[in-house]
Ligand binder design. Structure first.
Ligand SMILES: *Cc1c(COP(=O)(O)O)cnc(C)c1O
Length: 478
């Protein structure tokens, strides 16, 4: 299996998995995708059903990943997956689970990992893959990232104890929830450095961008990233679509829908890939919050990115995006893998005009029929009402991001625009967003035992002015 860039012509080199693992963007600014998606047949799915039931999630993950990774020996891949998806980290060998929210809606539990958000599903694997590949190459890596909460903590817990990796994570001072701050700042490991930047998330991200623009510094310190465009994160996510499908069904002919709370289009892009492989997915429901860049595209064919001023701060903050970094991958497939067209849209039109328009094209007309997509959005009031309604209907408390997904799925079911069952992906546990839960229910959720008292642990965080030279000096000093 070789990988190509969404902006690369036919003459561009195609790379093996290990060569793109440690990279972010392709050199031409595009995103990596496999040359083709391996096909899944009913017999394979049936054998995986048994494998998952008997040997657990890690064994299934190794089988799925082997379809995409042919330059790591199968035995090593199995060991990598066993370390990434341990019962220790995820609470059980099954790792994920499905429960019934009634009325045709199922909840796909993806947030049983160390940081109580689905990002652990990809990040735990990434940590093991990085450690393996850096060992093989005898290299080290300095990860410099910016986070508004979930990604940074998932990355830090994934890189804990990986001796070839150092992490510098920039956070906007005082702006994450107390729980998120405690999760990150309680980590006591010399190779994980938390930084509190005077400013907002965009200031943190700008600093990371400025740092990466200094190519000499980047090379001297082997600076890398763990952002959501990394292909390994996506392929890790394909696995749980298959696992949840197998848990929600009893035989291979059954079809399901998935509803996905969406920000950067990483999670649902993995669903698109699983569907392209032949997993029996009817519909992919894309749910946004008030930041509805993507819902607007799926409704109108116009993709219009927003500026910071137009990006709302909402109660599902991990979906507060102004442009969706993985969307280019889907558009590449939508346009029949036409790299020239993708380059025109994402390298010329988006930077130049802030938008592009596919309405009236055959590609846009094929969105529902060919690719199974529908979309919708929700508001703060919808989230509160949904959290309360689900709690009284089934006793399940869902987090505000998951509530966006449930709300959009239930609306479509009610309008007969969606065939049940639909599996809503639970992207975080409610404990991470207790202020919104209290607002919805009048009381907080019970906290899982493993997170008891984390706010009282000593904090490990350094203050940093929003100044790239200060950041460079700090990295050099470590
Ligand atoms: C990251 C995140 C999302 C959005 O996922 P994308 O892959 O960026 O679309 C949704 N909910 C939670 C809780 C998240 O952390």
């Amino acid at each position: 299996m070789k990988y190509l860039s969404t902006r690369g012509g036919a003459d561009q080199p195609r790379l093996p998995f290990s060569d793109i693992l440690l990279e972010g963007l392709a050199p031409d600014g595009g995103l990596y995708l496999p040359e083709s998606y391996p096909a899944l047949d009913a017999a394979t799915l049936a054998s995986w059903r048994t494998l998952l039931a008997e040997q657990g999630y890690a064994a299934l993950a190794a089988e799925v990943l082997a379809l995409y990774i042919d330059d790591i020996p199968a035995e090593d891949l199995r060991a990598i997956c066993a370390r990434a998806y341990s019962a220790d980290a995820f609470g059980s060998d099954a790792v994920v689970g499905v429960t019934d929210l009634a009325g045709g809606v199922l909840l796909g539990h993806l947030s049983n990992g160390p940081t109580a958000a689905f990002k652990d599903m990809a990040m735990q694997l990434l940590g093991e893959l990085f450690a393996y590949e850096l060992d093989r190459r005898d290299q080290t890596l300095t990860i410099v990232g910016a986070t508004s909460g979930d990604t940074g903590s998932a990355a830090e817990y994934a890189m804990l104890g990986k001796r070839r990796v150092r992490v510098f994570m920039l956070t906007p001072a005082g702006r994450m929830t107390p729980f998120q701050q405690a999760q990150m700042f309680s980590i006591d490991d010399p190779s994980i450095v938390n930084l509190a930047v005077e400013g907002v998330f965009d200031d943190c991200q700008d600093l990371v961008k400025e740092l990466n623009a200094d190519l000499a510094f980047k090379a001297a310190h082997s600076v890398g990233a763990v952002n959501s465009i990394n292909w390994a994160r996506l392929v890790a996510q394909v696995v749980y679509y298959i696992a949840l499908y197998l848990q929600a069904t009893t035989h291979e002919g059954e079809r399901v829908g998935f509803a996905v709370p969406t920000g950067n289009f990483g999670n649902i892009c993995a669903g698109h890939i699983a569907r392209e492989m032949g997993l029996p997915i009817d519909t992919l429901v894309l749910a946004t919050n008030e930041n509805n860049v993507l819902a607007e595209f799926f409704a109108t064919g116009v993709y219009r990115v927003r500026g910071t001023a137009e990006t709302h701060e909402t109660s599902s903050p991990s979906m507060d995006i102004s442009k969706a970094s993985n969307f280019e991958r889907f558009v590449f497939d939508l346009l029949g893998r036409d790299a020239d067209a993708v380059r025109d849209l994402f390298a010329v039109r988006v930077p130049g005009e802030g938008r592009f328009d596919l309405s009236g094209t055959d590609a846009f007309a094929a969105l529902g029929e060919r690719f199974g997509f529908v979309a919708g959005s929700s508001t703060h009031a919808d989230r509160l009402a949904t959290i309360a309604a689900e709690a009284s209907r089934s006793g399940t408390v869902i987090d505000p991001h998951t509530a966006d997904g449930v709300k959009v799925a239930r609306d479509l079911l009610e309008a007969d625009a969606l065939t049940p069952p639909v599996i809503v992906l639970e992207t975080a546990l409610p404990v991470k967003f207790s202020a919104t839960i209290v607002e919805a229910l009048g009381h907080d959720v019970e906290r899982p035992a493993k997170f008891a008292g984390i706010e009282d642990l000593p904090r490990h965080v350094l203050d940093l002015p929003a100044d790239v030279d200060a950041l460079k000096r700090l990295i050099e000093a470590h």
